[in-house]
Design a protein around this ligand. Structure first.
Ligand SMILES: NC(=O)c1ccc[n+]([C@@H]2O[C@H](COP(=O)([O-])OP(=O)(O)OC[C@H]3O[C@@H](n4cnc5c(N)ncnc54)[C@H](OP(=O)(O)O)[C@@H]3O)[C@@H](O)[C@H]2O)c1
Length: 368
């Protein structure tokens, strides 16, 4: 029986991954995190095994060997300043590795492990989550309709229910901080949670405010889709007061009045949890591609994913679940270290949530 270790397995996303994979009796699930009691509590619920593992543990390779791990799913973020210690331990022990990272440098830099991963015949995949796994799968699906893709605009707006602490730590780390975006064919500096604009989503979501985020797609997409002249990514949360607070915070950091908003995460997280029952239970994602079709006509194509009933927070887990199942079924023969692009289709990713309140919509316009 194959063994899957879920690191951060009782966290917001890790718990959902454990619950999804535990339904298959052909593999054994190990729930791990720094707190053995919490790991064992979730493990008991789903018939898995729970243990304490710290990502910083030097003996991580020995632990993986003792568990006979075949696959490790790493959800223990934030990934923004993390080393590749967990991925390296997986390479050393011949364990396939998937993470949910959204840190730009982390996901883009994973290729530095490629030669070692190939030499040890393991698959090391970073960013098996909404970004860049689902976003790139959507672009891959629609790119054949264009002779030349010129602009790509991606955005996500969550409902009022907050994600876990690690996600908040990660996204608040770049509030007000400079980073680069590919605009008009060159790298321009923008600032985190600024350039706020309203985005229209299909009903029942409606109009949401979204702002600049520093994500792997900003760097990966201009390389993967070479004709793109502009790539933007913005995100937001349902409550407008939260967006206003983040925008004000971004100016305080940019002006040097605050160094970072990260120390406020515990309080902001508690406040967001307390206010969640009064806010929206709908989330949305969009991918808009502008460019020339095969008749050289300028077209804009938009894809929307709408989640109701608070099912949006399940979506970032889908790529990791779909990829884990594919690896365990022996359907992926690639080896090496790579960002999660080209390994999953949109249907494979969204198929994980076929029982949830999710739907997609598409629209197409001729640009004059
Ligand atoms: N790419 C994307 O599109 C995308 C989208 C959303 C989220 N994400 C990623 O998903 C990650 C997880 O988010 P989440 O909302 O599930 O966060 P979370 O609820 O805070 O879960 C993190 C889990 O990791 C564990 N952990 C933290 N530090 C650890 C360590 N040193 N060793 C072992 N376990 C540790 C935590 O438990 P203990 O503290 O008890 O150890 C917790 O169980 C985020 O970091 C974010 O990067 C990616």
């Amino acid at each position: 029986m194959r063994t899957v270790v879920v690191l951060g397995g009782y966290g917001n996303f890790g718990r959902r991954i454990v619950q999804a994979l535990a339904g298959d009796e052909t593999y054994r699930i190990v729930v791990a995190g720094r707190n053995a009691t919490k790991a064992q509590a979730i493990a008991r619920e789903v018939g898995a095994h729970g243990i304490a593992i710290d990502t910083a543990a030097e003996e991580l390779p020995e632990i993986l060997r003792s568990l006979s791990a075949d696959l490790l799913i790493h959800t223990a973020g934030p990934f923004q300043n993390q080393s590749y210690a967990v991925a390296r331990a997986c390479i050393d022990t011949g364990t396939h590795y998937i993470d949910l990272a959204d840190g730009r440098a982390y996901v883009c830099g994973i290729r530095e492990l490629d030669a070692q991963a190939q030499a040890n015949a393991v698959l090391i995949v970073s960013g098996a989550s909404s970004l860049p796994a689902l976003s790139s799968a959507v672009v891959d699906k629609f790119s054949p309709q264009f002779s030349r893709m010129q602009e790509l605009d991606v955005g996500i707006s969550s409902g009022a229910r907050p994600p876990g602490r690690a996600t908040m730590d990660g996204v608040l780390a770049y509030v007000g901080r400079p980073f680069t975006q590919w605009r008009d064919g060159s790298w321009k500096t923008v600032h985190g949670w600024q350039d706020m604009r309203s985005q229209s989503y299909p009903r029942p979501v409606g109009t949401r405010w979204i702002a600049n985020c520093d994500v792997p797609d900003l760097q990966l997409f201009p390389q993967r889709y070479a004709t793109l002249e502009r790539v933007t990514f913005r995100a937001g949360v349902g409550p407008k007061y939260s967006m206003l607070g983040l925008w004000i915070g971004s100016w305080l950091v940019r002006a040097g009045i605050l160094r970072t908003l990260v120390p406020y995460v515990p309080r902001l997280h508690r406040a967001a949890l307390a206010l969640a029952p009064f806010g929206s239970r709908c989330s949305a994602m969009h991918v808009t591609i502008r460019g020339l079709n095969h008749n050289n006509v300028a077209r804009s194509r938009s894809w929307y994913l709408i989640a109701e009933n608070d099912h949006g927070p399940d979506i970032p887990c889908f790529p990791a679940i779909a990829l884990a199942r594919k690896i365990l079924r022996g359907e992926i023969h690639s080896r090496g270290a790579m960002p999660c692009m080209g390994l999953l289709t949109v249907d494979e990713i969204l198929g994980v949530g076929r029982d949830l309140y999710l739907r997609t919509e598409e629209s197409e316009h001729e640009l004059i």
